[in-house]
Design a protein around this ligand. Structure first.
Ligand code: F6R
Length: 259
């Protein structure tokens, strides 16, 4: 079973996960991180900024989860730009060690395979940070995605384009296609940490954690992972039926286990 940690707010979630990442990098300065974009992971990146004393992130390698197809990499909302702005620059990562899937339309049919190969060559992802979409997607693996999918092009659902329209001038500016790590790619990470905040994510979280394993709710793929940690606030946890047990298990967890 995945471990469910219910925290009081985003800041507590950010602190918990940032502490863990800082520890990981202290023990292995060449840690490979899987980096999510969107609003959800921001508290983690923010909390990491205040934990940089004695933690050198300059040798950390990173792989973003996804990118829009056909977006100018210099566009402020390309995931390349977002990762540079939110993660690479404030945390002092080496930009040359951080990759984003290549969303250039030319040759895109090969970019996914090349990306998975690059992840393998780096030794695999040690810790994959994930958010979850209101339709249950992780990465941009929309409902119906195969559990064994590799990095590839997907068509965004209308719902995801609507959700992401807040980053653009209008929904018409949200790209139709993306290139995303596949569910199979994500499941190869050694540790998955999925975060979710707010009422709007409650149904997706409950489906991912307690629902049946189903390609219709791609987030449920985390149930197949041997080491998955789900960090949610009260609102995102509100549709979980076993939250009392999750709290009890977490409160009584041996300290040495960490997350
Ligand atoms: C982001 C990603 C997506 C988001 C999800 C939630 O790289 O792959 O799965 O994690 O759409 O987005 P936010 O966090 O903006 O609610």
């Amino acid at each position: 079973m995945a471990e469910i940690v219910i925290v009081k707010d985003k800041a507590a979630a950010g602190a918990l996960v940032a502490d863990h990442i800082a520890e990981l990098v202290r023990s292995n300065p060449e840690t490979v991180l899987g980096l999510a974009t969107g609003s959800t992971p921001l508290p983690v990146y923010e909390a990491l900024r205040s934990r940089l004393e004695g933690v050198d992130l300059s040798r950390v390698r990173g792989f973003a989860l996804d990118e829009y197809v056909g977006i100018d990499p210099a566009h402020p909302e390309s995931y390349r730009s977002v990762i540079t702005r939110e993660v690479v620059e404030p945390l002092g990562l080496n930009p040359e060690l951080i990759r984003t899937p290549d969303g250039t339309p030319e040759g895109i049919e090969h970019h996914g395979e090349e990306y998975d190969e690059a992840i393998r060559d780096a030794g695999g992802i040690d810790l994959q940070i994930l958010g979850i979409g209101t339709d249950g997607h992780i990465g941009f693996n929309e409902p119906g995605s195969s559990f064994s999918s590799i990095t590839r092009v997907k068509t965004l659902t209308e719902q995801t384009r609507r959700d992401n329209a807040r980053f653009f001038d209008s929904i018409d500016d949200v790209p139709m296609h993306c290139i995303t790590q596949g569910l199979g790619t994500i499941l190869r990470a050694r540790h998955i940490v999925l975060l979710a905040f707010g009422e709007g994510k409650a149904a997706a979280v409950a489906g991912a954690v307690e629902g049946p394993l189903s390609a219709s709710l791609p987030g449920s793929a985390i149930q197949l992972h041997p080491h998955a940690t789900i960090v949610v606030d009260e609102a995102a946890a509100s549709q979980l039926t076993r939250s009392d047990y999750y709290r009890y298990a977490y409160d009584n967890k041996p300290e040495w286990q960490g997350i």
